[in-house]
Design a protein around this ligand. Structure first.
Ligand SMILES: Cc1ncc(COP(=O)(O)O)c(C=O)c1O
Length: 437
């Protein structure tokens, strides 16, 4: 196969894609790109074109061979964009499935060769797509979970990992530490984690769902054994993603059937989604530096505006800069409920999130904030604003226009429901609070 997929030569054209033709809710400011971001025009065109074609990539006739070619070209594009080999890309139906395959597959694979390997070591701030399969394995497959603590900005404690490895190297099945946190945007020291694990032959997985397209992600250079990517977080369709996994990663399949994807992920390949995913990954990575610059400029404007207009707002996570996703801003508003803030903002045309969209509707404080040491009351007043390719200064201006009144109303509602008392604790200050310009 050639080293370049069909979209590589068009990277320049992709960079100048006209995002203005993509719509979110008309008239509203969409500030929830970490939950899902619009399908890019190029990915959409590829998706639609492919939907009208027929052919199972596993079939041997001409239609099947054409579909196979499309899938393999997308595989090459994804691999080239992520610093991986095409044979290391295992297509899945999204990030959740890839995380499940990594956690369960590596656990079973490692335990089969040595039954002492029962420990699954994960950071306390992982997405539920990692945490829940790990806890499921504890309930159903004899795993023992080791939660790595994080500091006040959500960065994993490498000393705790060093100690865990020193004491239990022989019993560790795998380590999973995300590349970038979906709530507070913290970038994790993935390469340091690999450096600690490598001498002991412990496989390391990283969920890079939020990182790809915003920060440089190179699978080979990272030294990881497995890495998760998802289509709809970077301009591709929902329901497609990949586990990038070294050929020698001890992965036991989770889905059994037709033996597709080197036998680790059975199921007929979704050619249209995979082709669109390949386009979106290529596009997002080719324009990564440009996007990061645009996102960071808007994010800085947003952070400065919020801090000016609502001085009691506390920025959670790292100081905006190299330790944080450029498209992420996250605040807690003392005395207000995140859900109230979200609905009040929505009613005036600003769409944001209390944290992870995957937990929407579950009225519990975020496990990420609690792990960072945020008190339960403050954690309840969390709001995440996340930027993407369609974000504009108008989106930020709209938020800033309405936010002070919304916070006032949410705090009044919070006071009313707590009988007039805001619990003790006052305004929490983190290292990040003073750092945002
Ligand atoms: C960090 C992270 N991992 C995994 C997922 C799940 O990905 P998907 O929606 O493709 O299943 C998400 C989605 O919110 C995420 O933010």
């Amino acid at each position: 196969m050639s080293s370049g997929g069909p979209f590589r030569g068009r990277a320049g054209a992709l960079r100048s894609v006209d995002w203005s033709i993509v719509t979110t809710t008309p008239g509203a400011a969409y500030l929830d790109h970490a939950a899902t971001t619009p399908l890019s025009p190029a990915a959409s065109a590829a998706f639609v074109e492919e939907l009208s074609r027929t052919g199972n990539p596993s079939s041997l006739h001409a239609a099947g061979r054409a579909a196979r070619r499309t899938v393999e070209e997308a595989r090459e594009s994804v691999a080239a964009s992520l610093g991986a080999r095409p044979s290391e890309v295992v297509f899945t139906a999204g990030g959740t499935e890839a995380d499940n395959l990594a956690i369960k597959g590596l656990f079973w694979g490692r335990r089969t060769t040595d039954p002492r390997r029962r420990r699954i070591v994960v950071s306390a701030v992982e997405h539920h797509a990692v945490l829940d399969p790990a806890f499921w394995m504890a309930e159903h497959a004899g795993a023992e979970i080791v939660l790595l603590p994080v500091d006040e900005v959500g960065r994993v404690d490498l000393e705790a990992l060093r100690t865990e490895i020193a004491q239990h190297a022989e019993e560790i099945a795998l380590i999973s530490v995300m590349w970038a946190n979906n709530e507070v945007g913290t970038l994790q020291p993935v390469e340091d984690v690999v450096r600690l694990a490598r001498p002991h032959g412990i496989p390391v997985h990283s969920d890079a769902v939020q990182a790809v397209g915003q920060v440089p992600v190179d699978f080979a250079a990272s030294g990881l054994d497995a890495m998760t990517v998802s289509g709809h977080k970077l301009g591709g369709p929902v329901g497609v993603g990949a586990l990038v996994a070294r050929r020698d990663a001890p992965l036991t399949p989770v889905l059994h059937g037709g033996g597709q994807e080197r036998g680790v992920r059975s199921g007929t390949l979704d050619t249209p989604a995979i082709r669109a995913f390949g386009v979106a990954v290529t596009e997002a990575v080719a324009d990564r530096a440009g996007r990061a610059g645009r996102f960071a400029a808007l994010r800085d404007e947003l952070v400065a505006g919020v801090q000016r207009l609502v001085p009691e707002a506390v920025l959670s996570g790292p100081v905006p800069g190299p330790g944080r996703l450029p498209g992420n801003a996250h605040f807690t508003f003392h005395g207000a409920e995140g859900d109230s803030l979200l609905y009040l903002l929505d009613s005036v045309g600003v769409q944001a999130s209390t944290g992870s969209a995957c937990q929407a509707g579950v009225p519990q404080p975020s496990h990420v904030l609690l792990a960072m040491g945020v008190g339960e009351t403050d954690a309840r007043g969390a709001l995440r604003f996340s930027l993407g390719a369609t974000s504009t200064p108008d989106d930020v201006a709209r938020l800033l226009d309405v936010l002070p009144a919304v916070v006032g109303r949410a705090q009044a509602a919070g006071l009313a429901s707590s009988g007039g008392h805001v619990s003790a604790g006052g305004v929490r200050r983190t290292a990040a609070a003073g750092g945002a310009a």
